[in-house]
Design a protein around this ligand. Structure first.
Ligand code: PHE
Length: 339
């Protein structure tokens, strides 16, 4: 019997089955335990030799099981080593790394430039009050210029901001001029009820700029805008100001920079003018200062609003603004920052 059992132990090729077999042979109901139990029925003189023999059988079986157990474990390990081996000479899989969105890259550059000149960088609410978006920007309820910006209204008094200019009103209202001049930029997203097409998006970016102090002139505005152009595009780009109209600035200007395509010589991109319009600006209207509680006979300054989407389109020759909002990685990874 013992040899037969031993053979059955050697035949097992699975650790789980081996354990089952161990319970079967050596467990409480197994033959060895049974035999040891039945010893009490034997005549006293036969007991010692029977006991010895039964214990020996038990030890033999136990050893056989243990040996088989380590054999099987070793085999399982070998199998794993064979099948999970790694070829360390294979080239590694490239890890793709994220990057700031191209619009964010433009905004980052502007933030660096203006922070370097001591401006604060502020962000304001995209869901805005009519009061800040229009009224305090010198656009009362019946003002015809409200039509310049088609608005998503949420209620009569709450809207999706159509411009970042409400941040002018918000900062003017809270700034403490006894602590120094007000210098801030405010980048963010704005919304207009436009049908999306290559040059319109119902959602786009603006960066507002505002400087208010005692002796700020239009020359300061022009110098600042030149710095913006030089930083984003390069030193050979010039800025020119053209008269324009905004309700919250007087005088108002639109700023053009040297056309990228022809370098100012005239081409069909700039309609043979040599210039490309890039932003709106002007000297802050006295009404805007007054409504925010700032005395326009003492303080004044300039404001500008520029569109990073438009800058990015010009800088990289992108011909459809919608590309910036579709989040197609094939488009976006073209603007990976090097180094
Ligand atoms: N808010 C204006 C616009 O959206 C831009 C602007 C800002 C003009 C500040 C003048 C001063 O068109």
């Amino acid at each position: 019997i013992r040899d037969e059992r031993k053979q059955s132990i050697l035949d097992v090729d699975d650790l789980k089955k081996l354990d089952e077999l161990r319970v079967q042979l050596l467990g409480k109901k197994g033959p060895v335990t049974q035999a040891l139990r039945s010893m009490k029925d034997l005549p006293a003189d036969e007991r010692p030799s029977f006991g010895q023999f039964a214990n020996k059988v038990r030890d033999d079986l136990k050893n056989a099981i243990d040996d088989r157990n380590s054999e099987l474990q070793q085999a399982a390990l070998n199998f794993k080593l064979q099948h999970e081996k790694i070829d360390v000479t294979l080239p590694g899989a490239a890890v793709t790394q994220g990057q700031p969105h191209v619009i964010q890259q433009i905004v980052d550059q502007l933030e660096d430039l203006f922070m370097g000149m001591g401006y604060q960088v502020l962000s304001g609410p995209e869901v805005e009050e009519d009061k800040y978006n229009f009224e305090m920007m010198n656009l009362p309820k019946d003002h015809p210029a409200r039509d310049m910006q088609d608005t998503f209204y949420i209620t009569k008094e709450i809207l999706m901001r159509t411009q970042t200019s409400p941040m002018q009103a918000r900062t003017l209202e809270t700034h403490d001029f006894s602590k120094g001049p007000l210098k801030m930029i405010s980048p963010g997203v704005v919304y207009r009820r436009d049908t999306d097409d290559p040059t319109h998006s119902h959602q786009f970016h603006q960066v507002e700029g505002l400087v208010i102090d005692k002796h700020v002139t239009m020359a300061d505005l022009k110098g600042t805008l030149e710095l913006v152009a030089h930083t984003l595009f390069g030193d050979r780009f010039d800025v020119r100001l053209r008269p324009s109209y905004f309700p919250f600035t007087e005088p108002s200007v639109e700023a053009d920079i040297t056309c990228f395509n022809c370098g100012g010589k005239g081409c069909n991109v700039c309609k043979y003018t040599g210039w490309i319009e890039v932003l709106g600006a002007g000297m802050v209207h006295p009404n805007v200062l007054k409504m925010a509680g700032v005395d326009p006979t003492v303080y004044g300054g300039f404001a500008f609003g520029l569109g990073p989407d438009r800058f990015a389109m010009l800088k990289y020759g992108v011909d459809d603004i919608r590309n910036f909002y579709l989040n197609d990685v094939r488009f976006l990874t073209q603007f990976a920052k090097k180094g």
